[in-house]
Design a protein around this ligand. Structure first.
Ligand code: FES
Ligand code: FES
Length: 166
């Protein structure tokens, strides 16, 4: 067995120190060592986006990073979006617009959408669609996810677009 190495990361504002094998993926580290199950593992090939987290402020696929490679980094997972157990506005919008069914893809969509909205506070619907193309959902058909992000951005076109999609 490969010798374990000690790593320390900041995860959602808390210092986490663990001994991990060099081959430990960041996604597995977060789920099994830190115990945060909101980061989901779908493809393990960087395709589906279910494992999306933020590394030092930028979204990244946690299945494509070894935990030891991000030693010393600040990591934010979907659990870091809510404060004191209260849902963030984007999470409320997903709930209100039925932007999730099984919820497997949702953590990745939330982090991707949050980053997009922080950089594009007045997006267009096409802009939202393009921003979400890196994430896959098997349940919702994307319409409600786009509506949820538009709702969080308070886009007036949401109703018009919903009518158009019918
Ligand atoms: S599990 Fe990482 S992109 Fe699919
Ligand atoms: S809500 Fe089920 S995969 Fe997206």
């Amino acid at each position: 067995m490969t010798e374990k190495q000690k790593i320390t990361l900041m995860v959602n504002g808390s210092t986490e120190t663990h001994w991990v094998e060099p081959r430990r993926l960041l996604a597995d580290y977060l789920r099994h060592d830190v115990g945060l199950k909101g980061t989901h593992i779908g493809c393990e090939h960087g395709v589906c986006g279910a494992c999306t987290v933020r590394i030092d402020g930028r979204t990244a696929r946690s299945c494509l990073h070894f935990a030891i490679a991000v030693q010393g980094s600040e990591i934010e997972t979907v659990e870091g979006l809510s404060e004191d157990g209260r849902l963030a506005e984007l999470q409320k919008a997903f709930h209100a617009e039925h932007g999730l069914q099984c919820g497997f893809c949702t953590p990745g969509f939330l982090l991707t959408a949050e980053e997009y909205l922080s950089e594009n506070p007045a997006p267009t619907l096409d802009g939202i669609r393009e921003a979400l193309t890196n994430n896959l959902c098997r349940c919702t058909g994307y319409v409600n996810i786009v509506k949820a992000v538009a709702r969080a951005a308070a886009l007036p076109q949401v109703q018009e677009d919903a009518n158009h999609d019918r």
